[in-house]
Design a binder for this molecule. Structure first.
Ligand SMILES: Cc1cc2nc3c(=O)[nH]c(=O)nc-3n(C[C@H](O)[C@H](O)[C@H](O)COP(=O)(O)OP(=O)(O)OC[C@H]3O[C@@H](n4cnc5c(N)ncnc54)[C@H](O)[C@@H]3O)c2cc1C
Length: 262
């Protein structure tokens, strides 16, 4: 099990502010720092950790760290709303041999370009869980009766389903566009940002509406719909939050880069 450790207490959306550093050692590199919110870190064998070899964005690269290595400490354990576990990780003079360096100094841009593939996967999961919840609610509306009528016969609910379908189909087409581009090399950052932001929002909104249509049955653990809501919610934050992706989209619209720093 490999977990990907980018986020640190002082570096969330501003991931390039990460402070975990790699310093030269006769046997390789010594790693000092910490990571939080790393999915699966509570039981991973390896951490793909983003570290700082030098100052600035150009100083960032990545290394593989075995969780059993001397100097790796597991701190507080916690859970996301989705139920996935993570643990705080601390690195104190952890030795990383040269062949465990993935991308040395200057590797950050390459790593983030590759990360757009993960973002397409994240977008696909949001769209898929939204679709699953939609199908569960559709089946429910065709079966459940109130006031002597099937739920699907109430116009107030029909319009919810129409809106859900609009969002899901749009999400799927944006996802296909980004994925088709990925087939010709690394995916376009702009198309990926648009697909992920839209799929994340659509997946969550559709799953949430599906839950509403199913009433207490949707809200309880009788079905997986409540799980879809919890899971989709996290993807609006993980892997580039919806807001950070919209910043990226705005940069493409204006063909300018807008520094987020004061
Ligand atoms: C389910 C889940 C799984 C995760 N898995 C991992 C993992 O495996 N590995 C890992 O390293 N990290 C992981 N993370 C952490 C994730 O990468 C961070 O949560 C994310 O980068 C946001 O950082 P933050 O939580 O510190 O929020 P902050 O950066 O503090 O942001 C708080 C809010 O402000 C907004 N914001 C921040 N800056 C701007 C800006 N410039 N413009 C507009 N809005 C802004 C954000 O969008 C957010 O809504 C995971 C998170 C979640 C929820």
């Amino acid at each position: 099990m490999i977990a990907v450790g980018m986020t640190e207490p002082g570096a969330g959306s501003a991931v390039t502010d990460l402070a975990t550093r790699a310093t030269r050692d006769a046997k390789g590199w010594r790693i000092n720092g910490s990571k939080i919110f790393t999915t699966h870190s509570a039981y991973a064998d390896l951490i793909l950790a983003y570290v700082r070899f030098g100052p600035g964005v150009a100083g960032i690269g990545s290394v593989l760290i075995e969780t059993k290595a001397q100097g790796v400490q597991q701190g507080r354990r916690s859970q996301f709303m989705s139920g996935e576990e993570w643990a705080e990780l601390k690195f104190e003079d952890v030795l990383v041999p040269e062949d465990m360096v993935l991308l040395g100094e200057g590797g950050f841009k390459k790593q983030i370009a590759g990360f757009n593939v993960e973002r397409i996967g994240n977008a696909a999961r949001s769209a898929a869980l939204g679709r699953y919840a939609f199908e569960a609610a559709r089946a429910w509306a065709l079966e459940r009766k109130q006031f002597g009528r099937l739920l699907c016969e109430f116009q107030g609910l029909q319009w919810k389903f129409a809106d859900m379908k609009l969002k899901l189909d749009a999400a799927q087409l944006l996802l296909y566009r980004a994925a088709a581009n990925a087939d010709r090399g690394l995916p376009s950052p702009e198309d990926t940002a648009i697909a992920k932001a839209y799929c994340n929002q659509a997946g969550f909104e559709v799953a949430n509406e599906a839950l509403q249509v199913m009433g207490a049955t949707g809200y309880s653990r009788e079905t997986l719909v409540e799980y879809c809501v919890r899971r989709c919610r996290g993807w609006m934050i993980a892997g580039g939050s919806v807001e950070i992706l919209k910043n990226r989209i705005a940069e493409a619209i204006f063909n300018r880069s807008f520094s987020q720093r004061p």
